[in-house]
Design a protein around this ligand. Structure first.
Ligand code: FE2
Length: 187
């Protein structure tokens, strides 16, 4: 399937299934960033191969490849390639909301949902194939990776631009902070 034939569907309306939404925060202000705008942005960029077609490269080992396509204080856009097995690990996006669109291949997103025992969480995995758009609100925690056998390419937008992020791990189904970082690129 050529990228130009992709019809990007919007999955942003399923935010109710995310762990972040259970925290009861992250309602965008009318004048501030919105998940819908971020989803529209990645959909627009993904549907325009002239924005990314000649830029795509691939990383090595566990290191996925990425390039920033656009940035200003209000938003930033990244192009990311994913070889099979490459993944981000659990992280949030600081003060930002965002969205990603899968251009080629498929990405698997792992989110967390409350488990039976209070204070514990369980993993929820969903696969997003080429043409699908995933939006996420503030305080969204996820692990995104390529669990398929073919390389994947995606476009990601964050609003406002990323200035901080926290990495997490799960220990006995309890969320533990690994690190809190200021602006960087390995997100
Ligand atoms: Fe992320």
């Amino acid at each position: 399937m050529s990228a130009t034939s992709l019809n990007f569907s919007d999955d942003s309306d399923r935010l109710g299934t995310s762990f972040a939404s259970t925290l009861g925060t992250g309602v965008p202000t009318p004048d501030g960033p919105s998940v819908a705008a971020a989803a529209a942005l990645v959909r627009r960029v993904a549907a325009d191969p002239t924005r990314w077609r000649d830029l795509v490269r691939y990383g090595q080992g566990a290191e996925r490849w990425y390039a920033r396509l656009d940035v200003d204080p209000e938003h930033e856009v990244w192009l990311i390639s994913w070889l099979p097995g490459q993944e981000t690990g659990l992280h949030d996006h600081g003060e930002a909301l965002g969205a990603f669109a899968v251009i080629q291949g498929a990405l698997t997103e792992t989110t967390l949902a409350p488990d039976v025992v209070p204070g514990t969480v369980r993993r929820v995995r969903r696969r997003f194939a080429a043409g699908q758009v995933r939006g996420f609100g503030y305080e969204h925690i996820h692990d995104v990776g390529n669990a398929d056998g073919q390389p994947a390419i995606s476009v990601h937008a964050y609003a406002p631009s990323l200035t901080a992020m926290t990495r997490y791990s799960l220990a006995e189904n309890r969320l533990t902070i690994v690190s809190s970082d200021r602006a960087g690129v390995d997100w």
